[in-house]
Design a protein around this ligand. Structure first.
Ligand SMILES: [Zn+2]
Length: 673
């Protein structure tokens, strides 16, 4: 224990000293330590104050936080069987610890005493936010309820977690149950070579001849996008849309109804009108009414464009293949064909202009031009894998802003996708501004013996996206770690990331870094134009689709669902305004809508579009004043990137922009106006 590196003082994470055997004892010890820190607060004989209760609570568990962030970041980026096994032990320990804390009545009583005096305490806006956040963590978990109602709440929570689990298991089982087994080569017409190879491999794994396609995205999506055989596309699409809707043991209709009703009951118990009212209390959008009018406003503007695109696509399909009525299984296929015809732009043409090394320098240059940040690669920081790059980030005065880790390429032990995370939060404590340690992890194309790492354009925007989150973390400048950096409302957190993607489409930016890896030639303007145009291709239809999901989500969670008996009929009604394709009677979206019935997106699906409105409207100001305009950048840094969750996000946004976000900017960017 004495030489456990996670229990010694450290600044940057001591990766090279940590062995797997250190995690469990360190984290158990740190949980116990945090518990005593909390006991010290509750047993304080002095009357509760902001300092001895709220701030004291904020300061508990600092070492625990750091050790768990190291552990879980490794479990995502550099895991193995042993780490996964340890996670199975650590996760329940942490859940139990946080549940116990939220049920700690003595602690809640002290918080409540301070909370009830909040208007007379002369707190700064940031302190008020902290108090509010701490108090609500308890009250939203039932701390104010009578014993009897608390019991009822626990019962609902237990039932809900079981139902959500079952819902997810059913979707998974339905996904795995179906396969399209083909043995005749003629049915593969239209499919790219790589897709066919993968299907042959799947067949081999299942000890079958020929090719097997499944409902997993990497198999399903290319199939319906490229397969020329319409009947087979139909078969796949119907199977995909019927998950959990077969009136058998794996059917999810009753689960959907029960989840919606239990959530509603839970919200009522806590004093909210609906589940959406409960969720949105802690979102920038605030209320279901605001979300609904937001979605409806976009719908009104996007629908004519979507209808026009749909008619064009229908005409294209008719001209090409004599199709009279465009069905759901035709959408992806003819969209792709039309896109090829209009743009003829593929990744292979673009990739030579996006060598990873250049793109990294590009994103650093953007950060320098906007925010005066300087990145210097350093070799003296401990890392968890030789591929990880480490940087010191300094401002114009040479002061340290952050430590930045970047981990770019896939390897066994790293999960898919790309994400930003942190190893140490920023905070100002005892007058010292402690700077954060931020990391991004990606899975970009690896270099080969003959070629450096060349990125697809999609990978380029992904890097800018994650780097945008990283800037939010690096430029944080707040007192309390729980309000610092990306610790903001869910529907606000994608603003810093999505806005940065906009720079990738600008000539001024591309000229900085998009040069051919062999010839050094700057990317041709013709390509840049095509990238821009193809980015908004069929955007009206895509918008309508996103809106339809958001509306279905709000229909389930925005009012009392106890009168709903028929899941499919309810869904058809909720989709009424947003459908372009004929309904498919065998299909139901809700029974496999894992985002809202299993994951954390209930009453939150709108946030995808919400964040787009924010980033388009915010970027419009940069476009107007110049994309590297220092004044606009200073305001974005001052009011958004540095403020974290210390203020209401709408207030912050208005301070930056001078007005509320206007959806028109998004519609314009998407070419829908
Ligand atoms: Zn993001």
């Amino acid at each position: 224990m004495n030489n456990n590196p996670l229990l010694q003082p450290y600044n940057t994470a001591p990766f090279s000293k940590i062995e797997n055997k250190h995690f469990l004892p360190a984290i158990s010890k740190l949980i116990a330590e945090t518990k005593s820190e909390i006991d010290a607060i509750t047993s304080n004989s002095e009357a509760p104050t902001f300092k001895n209760t709220v701030e004291a609570l904020e300061n508990t568990g600092e070492k625990l936080e750091r050790a768990t962030s190291i552990f879980f970041n490794l479990n995502s980026a550099e895991t193995n069987d042993e780490i996964q096994k340890i996670a199975q032990e650590i996760s329940p320990m942490l859940t139990e610890f946080s549940n116990d804390m939220l049920l700690n009545e003595a602690l809640f009583e002290r918080l409540k005493t301070v909370y009830n005096q909040k208007d007379s305490l002369n707190l700064s806006e940031e302190q008020q936010m902290l108090l509010d956040k701490k108090y609500k963590a308890f009250s939203r978990n039932g701390a104010n309820l009578s014993e009897e109602k608390k019991k009822e709440l626990r019962k609902i929570d237990a039932e809900l977690s079981k139902l959500k689990l079952t819902f997810g298991e059913n979707v998974l089982a339905e996904t795995n149950k179906f396969e399209l087994h083909l043995t005749d080569k003629k049915y593969l017409s239209g499919l790219p070579e790589g897709v066919i190879e993968a299907a042959a491999q799947t067949a081999e794994e299942k000890e079958k001849k020929g090719w097997v396609f499944t409902l997993d995205y990497p198999s399903y999506v290319p199939f319906v996008t490229y397969a020329d055989n319409r009947e087979l596309r139909k078969k796949m699409a119907i199977a995909f849309g019927a998950k959990g809707f077969h009136n058998d043991a794996l059917d999810n209709q009753q689960n959907v109804l029960q989840i919606a009703n239990l959530r509603h009951k839970r919200a009522n118990l806590l004093g909210y009108k609906s589940h959406a009212h409960f969720v949105l209390e802690e979102r920038m959008a605030e209320t279901p009414e605001k979300v609904k009018s937001f979605l409806n406003e976009l719908l009104g503007k996007a629908k004519p464009a979507a209808q026009k695109e749909f008619d064009e696509l229908t005409a294209f399909a008719k001209e090409l293949d004599g199709i009279d009525r465009l069905e759901k299984w035709d959408g992806a296929y003819y969209s792709e064909k039309l896109k090829q015809k209009l743009f003829n732009l593929d990744d292979e043409k673009l990739k030579p202009y996006f060598e990873l090394k250049n793109v990294i320098n590009g994103v650093f240059t953007v950060a320098e031009k906007l925010y005066g940040l300087h990145f210097e690669e350093v070799q003296n920081i401990d890392k968890y894998h030789a591929d990880v790059k480490t940087y010191e980030v300094k401002d114009d005065e040479g002061e340290l802003v952050a430590i930045f880790y970047a981990d770019f390429h896939p390897r066994a032990g790293k999960r898919n996708g790309a994400w930003m995370t942190s190893y140490k939060p920023q905070q100002i404590k005892d007058g010292i501004n402690d700077r954060p340690h931020i990391s991004i992890v990606c899975n970009f194309t690896k270099p080969t013996a003959s070629k450096p790492s060349l990125l697809t354009f999609n990978e380029v925007t992904t890097l800018f996206h994650e780097f945008g989150h990283a800037l939010h973390g690096m430029l944080a400048n707040t007192h309390y770690p729980s309000l610092s950096g990306t610790s903001v409302y869910w529907d606000f957190v994608e603003l810093p990331s999505q806005i940065l993607e906009n720079w990738c489409y600008e000539k001024e930016t591309l000229e900085l870094f998009a040069t051919h890896y062999k010839t050094g030639e700057v990317i041709p303007m013709e390509y840049v134009e095509k990238i821009k145009d193809s980015a908004t291709f069929l955007e009206g239809m895509a918008t309508l689709r996103q809106l339809s999901f958001g509306m279905l989500d709000m229909a389930w969670h925005g009012s009392d669902p106890s009168g709903i008996k028929d899941v499919k009929a309810f869904e058809v009604a909720a989709f009424d305004d947003t459908q372009l394709y004929p309904d498919v009677k065998e299909n139901c979206m809700s029974t496999s809508f894992s985002h809202i019935f299993q994951g954390g997106y209930s009453a939150g699906y709108y946030s995808y579009k919400w964040a787009e409105v924010l980033d388009a409207d915010a970027f419009a100001l940069f476009k107007q004043e110049g994309i590297f305009n220092k004044k606009v950048a200073d305001r974005f840094k001052g009011f958004v990137l540095s403020q974290g969750g210390t203020m209401d996000p709408m207030e912050l946004y208005i301070k930056f922009r001078g007005q509320k976000p206007d959806p028109e900017a998004l519609l314009k960017r998407a070419g829908l106006l």
